[in-house]
Write a protein that binds this ligand. Structure first.
Ligand SMILES: Cc1cc2nc3c(=O)[nH]c(=O)nc-3n(C[C@H](O)[C@H](O)[C@H](O)COP(=O)(O)O)c2cc1C
Length: 159
């Protein structure tokens, strides 16, 4: 099995319905291929963890890097694994902050350093640590039978 983690930057105008559609599309294909994972969206960037059979993950990743819904794709982690961190999540989508904040602050966006608006990209390889934290939280929530709590903090796009 293979695990990939990458960050990318959304195209301008990528909105909530577009994210919902993307999660559905990804989950449909992934469940057929045995791929699981997590897709985070902070309103500006994506960070995704893909896990599953090596050939399938590589095949899907090849499509993802050509997808025009995002750019500046940076692969942070590519590692063999026997232990899938996001079991039974054929692609769980979580939005981590209101998407409108960027357009609401267009003046600030112009004046401030762009890197501030792309936190995951700025973190470089360290951004992948966030994915490992999510995996721990998932395990803890599942143990407590409280996975539903996710929706208290995030917008959840569950396959
Ligand atoms: C951020 C992002 C994440 C994506 N994640 C997946 C995924 O997990 N699985 C998947 O099949 N497609 C994913 N896609 C969509 C693929 O790029 C592609 O559109 C899809 O696999 C359908 O490809 P096809 O029409 O050539 O079959 C993602 C796209 C983006 C922009």
């Amino acid at each position: 099995m293979l695990r990939l983690i990458y960050t990318s930057v959304q195209v301008p105008g990528f909105d909530r319905p577009a994210f919902e559609h993307l999660c559905e599309q990804a989950a449909t294909i992934n469940s057929k291929l045995g791929i699981e994972g997590l897709l985070l969206c902070n309103g500006v960037e994506f960070m995704q963890c893909l896990e599953g059979p090596k050939e399938a993950v590589v095949q899907v990743y090849r499509k993802i890097v050509q997808d025009r819904r995002h750019s500046d794709i940076r692969l942070l982690v590519s590692e063999p694994t026997n232990d899938l961190m996001f079991k039974k999540w054929s692609m769980m989508g979580l939005v981590t902050r209101p998407q409108d904040s960027l357009s609401a602050e267009s003046i600030a966006y112009t004046l401030l350093d762009h890197r501030l608006y792309r936190p995951w990209r700025s973190l470089g390889l360290g951004a992948a640590d966030l994915i490992y934290e999510y995996a721990k939280v998932k395990a803890e929530l599942e143990k407590a039978g409280e996975v539903g709590l996710l929706s208290k903090v995030f917008e959840v796009y569950e396959p």
